[in-house]
Design a protein around this ligand. Structure first.
Ligand SMILES: Cc1cc2nc3c(=O)[nH]c(=O)nc-3n(C[C@H](O)[C@H](O)[C@H](O)COP(=O)(O)OP(=O)(O)OC[C@H]3O[C@@H](n4cnc5c(N)ncnc54)[C@H](O)[C@@H]3O)c2cc1C
Length: 513
């Protein structure tokens, strides 16, 4: 399959739309602005139905955007890659009314001990009522997010790989592997680390190639659990390059280095795992009956751009890094929540001119920061004397609450602060959930709209009521008079002056009606 020729893209500001028909959800094609072009079948096509693609589809549907997700695989993948959702992602699930159903399928664990696996409890008094890790396998998260997106009206087609596209002033023509062509106003590549969309777009993906490969799988052991635990305690002290985590009665998640093992192009075998365990631990624990086996590398790369005209990148398509700290899926879901409302605003025609570009200016530095902290963690996992000494020192430093808190806020993403210009420290940060006179704050964000939380009972969102809700609550536990929240829960404005509020409503939510 050859890619369709990729045409020179319009500059990002050229593509701002003022199409008031975009809110039509009848399922009929929107009128294309260029008469020579085929009308668009969809507002947004998302390539890839992993966690990022599924979350983005749901976010777009909150704003009635006509969205199609194209997924290459015919069946959901069963690899259990992830330890869980960190605090900010749990908060996002609460903000979208998804937390209860996700919590039913996961296990609450303490939030601490995720920075390079240094075993310290989470600091006291974390700034979140969801201060825990929600252990839940990746396939379950994807299934729940996919169900949520479908409930909201997203279409998902499996067994459809995006193979090419061409963009023009009015939209993008997407070609599937079987030659079918679909027309959309925007295309988002959520198609993972080897993203076809990113490659076709020609966006650079600089960084470091994989230095080491690791095997990961889930399998049964042929010895009692106590025997495994005793051996791990003995060997784990000096060798951190393998892991065995219990995953059910007699079943373990096994991680071992792939160095010197089989052909990289071939899928790993059970014997590969057994051989590595014998070499490192001295026994293979009689492993048998694998549920799945996989291999991953520690490449670290970041896309140079997240947007080229009408085509955007999110999740692993935009950034990859070793799984230290368990951040990749969380980062992708958070990309999706940042992008969803902005792209929806663009399509519905009310986006301020530079809003869509703030996706890159806000999220690119966050990914850069995650790449940086995973580089640090990889060094700290080394068993060389130098890194081991640094690890011991850092473990001592983490006994200071401030250090421990700083690192935990990094891993869990509750420390993220977008640059919205000069202002109080809260500006640009996410607001934690608080009790209100009726219910709680995150309960008011389920629809993905902006929110004015007003303790003065004097202010109004006036001409923006179709995009922004408001609640006057003098009892709200805030130490500022009023806050304006974006749909992603970040603080866009703090103050008590109506004119200043109106200016900021225009900045984030466009012209009033
Ligand atoms: C061993 C390991 C452990 C990890 N542990 C954690 C953890 O604990 N916590 C955490 O947050 N993250 C973890 N991660 C990272 C996490 O798995 C990824 O960051 C996450 O899967 C990224 O989600 P995504 O939706 O962006 O991409 P993916 O999950 O890769 O999904 C991309 C989807 O696109 C599809 N696709 C690909 N090409 C095409 C195409 N051309 N057309 C249509 N569809 C296409 C694929 O089939 C796939 O379904 C781990 C990763 C590994 C390898």
């Amino acid at each position: 399959m050859h890619a369709l020729p990729f045409t020179a893209e319009p500059s990002s500001t050229d593509t701002v739309e003022r199409d008031s028909t975009a809110g039509d959800v009848s399922g009929l094609p929107s009128p294309a602005s260029g008469a020579h072009r085929a009308p668009c079948d969809f507002d947004v096509i998302i390539a890839g139905c992993g966690p990022t693609g599924a979350m983005l589809a749901a976010e777009l549907r909150l704003h009635q955007v006509r969205v199609l997700v194209l997924e290459r695989e015919t069946e959901p993948v069963s690899f259990v890659r992830i330890v869980g959702l960190h605090i900010r992602s749990i908060e996002l699930m609460a903000m979208r009314g998804l937390l209860e159903r996700i919590r039913e399928r996961g296990r609450q664990r303490p939030a601490g001990a995720y920075f390079a696996g240094i075993d310290k409890p989470a600091p006291a008094g974390l700034d979140s009522r969801y201060a825990y890790l929600l252990g839940i396998p990746q396939p379950v998260i994807v299934q729940l997010l996919e169900e949520h997106a479908i409930e909201l009206g997203a279409q998902i087609r499996r067994g459809c790989a995006v193979a090419g596209f061409v963009q023009d002033d009015d939209g993008v023509t997407v070609e599937l592997a079987d030659g079918e062509q679909l027309r959309t106003r925007y295309l988002v590549g959520c198609d993972g680390a080897r993203s076809t969309v990113r490659k076709l777009l020609g966006v650079g993906f600089p960084g470091e190639p994989a230095r080491t490969e690791t095997l990961m799988g889930e399998m049964s052991v042929g010895v009692p659990q106590e025997e495994v635990a005793a051996k791990l305690a003995e060997v784990g002290e000096t060798n951190r390059q393998f892991q065995l985590r219990p995953f059910g009665p007699g079943v373990y998640s096994v991680v071992v280095p792939a160095a010197g093992i089989s052909d990289r192009a071939e899928p790993p075998t059970l014997e590969d795992f057994a051989q590595q365990l014998r070499a490192i631990v001295g026994t293979d624990f009689g492993v048998h009956s694998p549920r799945w086996l996989s291999r991953f590398g520690d490449a670290t790369r970041l896309a140079e751009r997240y947007r080229v005209g009408r085509v955007l990148l999110a999740g692993d398509a935009a950034h990859i890094h070793p799984p230290a700290g368990g951040q990749g899926l969380n980062l992708g879901v958070q990309d999706a929540v940042n992008l969803g409302w902005k792209l929806a605003a663009q399509i519905r025609g009310w986006a301020p001119e530079t809003l869509l570009d703030t996706y890159q200016t806000e999220r690119h530095p966050v990914a850069e920061e995650v790449l940086e902290n995973t580089r640090v963690q990889v060094e700290l996992f080394s068993t060389e004397p130098g890194p081991r000494a640094v690890r011991r020192l850092l473990a001592e430093l983490m006994d200071f609450d401030e250090v421990n808190r700083y690192l935990l806020e990094k891993i869990t993403a509750i420390g993220v602060r977008y640059d919205f210009g000069e202002g109080p420290d809260l500006l640009g940060r996410r607001l934690h959930d608080i009790d209100l006179k009726q219910g709680n704050l995150y309960g008011l964000l389920h629809r993905g709209r902006g929110l004015l939380l007003d303790r003065t009972e004097r202010l109004t969102v006036g001409g923006w009521t179709d995009r922004v809700d408001q609640l006057a609550d003098p009892t709200a536990a805030l130490d500022v008079p009023c806050v304006l929240l974006r749909p992603d829960g970040h603080v866009a404005w703090i103050g008590d002056d109506q004119q200043d509020l109106d200016d900021h409503l225009s900045r984030w939510f466009g012209k009033p009606n």
